[in-house]
Design a protein around this ligand. Structure first.
Ligand SMILES: [Zn+2]
Length: 74
């Protein structure tokens, strides 16, 4: 989606907007994010764009365990 092509329908009608599809918080703080939307099929993706916040998620997974590493193994 970030390259302007929809990964679902291959359309080039992809638009991006910051903070459009919701508020994401970490430790009570709002985190910068942006959403990509395909105006042909409606598919959307949201990315956290705050690299510092992404690092904090790793730290929380290790120390608190409220976030967990995604895995195929359970
Ligand atoms: Zn699409």
């Amino acid at each position: 989606m970030k390259n302007g092509i929809c990964i679902k329908c291959n359309s080039s009608h992809v638009y991006v907007k910051e903070y459009e599809l919701g508020t994401i918080t970490l430790n009570g703080n709002r985190i910068a994010n942006e959403s990509y939307v395909c105006t042909d099929c409606g598919y959307f993706e949201t990315y956290i764009t705050d690299r510092d916040a992404l690092g904090k998620i790793i730290a929380r997974a290790e120390k608190l365990g409220d976030w967990k590493k995604a895995s195929n193994h359970h």
